[in-house]
Design a protein around this ligand. Structure first.
Ligand SMILES: O=c1ccn([C@H]2C[C@H](O)[C@@H](COP(=O)(O)OP(=O)(O)OP(=O)(O)O)O2)c(=O)[nH]1
Ligand SMILES: [Mg+2]
Length: 171
């Protein structure tokens, strides 16, 4: 059964900007465009305006995620991914992009789609301070404690994991 969509109030800061839309019925993210053209040199970042502000219902937040196609084709990432849009935020939604390609500039034209916004329900919690936390299987293991991380300098010894800084061929 198709879930009933949640109404979200939206105001166009730019009168011509398209209302964010889902490209396909099952998509999680509604695409956001930039209302300003921009050219980013390798390593350069920019804060791009999207031309829209929203009023989310209490108990919701929107998360601005990068677009995978832009990342794969052009090396464009979002510095703060995912950007968090608070329910109380009424300002224009902005996207903080960075060009991670080491050689090529990337150019955005006005109304190019630059990011996608996922609206989600979020829990509000009360932090209850205790002297000791309950035990768990993971306990304090973190940051690679289960293995499977890349080896800097590319000496993984063929354990099937990614290597960084080395060509895997010829080893
Ligand atoms: O990619 C983003 C991230 C945030 N925002 C807006 C909405 C959000 O509600 C507000 C604040 O964002 P955040 O809390 O991430 O930034 P902060 O540096 O903690 O700012 P503040 O002190 O205003 O909370 O900025 C955007 O427009 N785009
Ligand atoms: Mg904040």
């Amino acid at each position: 059964m198709t879930p009933v969509p949640v109404d979200v109030l939206i105001r166009r800061v730019d009168p011509q900007v398209p209302i964010p839309g889902y490209a396909h019925p099952g998509d999680a993210g509604a695409d956001l465009v930039t209302t300003e053209a921009a050219e980013l040199a390798p390593g350069e970042r920019a804060v791009l305006p999207t031309g829209v502000s929203i009023a989310l219902p209490e108990g919701y937040a929107a998360f601005v995620h990068p677009r995978s196609g832009l990342a794969a084709r052009c090396g464009v990432a979002m510095v703060n991914a995912p950007g968090t849009i608070d329910a109380g935020y009424r300002g224009e939604i902005k996207v903080i992009v960075v060009n991670l390609d080491p050689r090529e500039s990337v150019r955005f034209e006005r109304y190019d789609r630059v990011a996608q916004m996922v609206v989600q329900q979020v829990e509000k919690v009360r932090f209850q301070e205790v002297a000791e936390l309950p035990g768990s299987a993971r306990a304090e293991g973190g940051f690679g404690s289960t293995g499977g991380h890349a080896a800097v300098g590319g000496t993984t010894g063929g354990n099937g994991y990614a290597s960084v800084g080395s060509d895997r061929e010829g080893r």
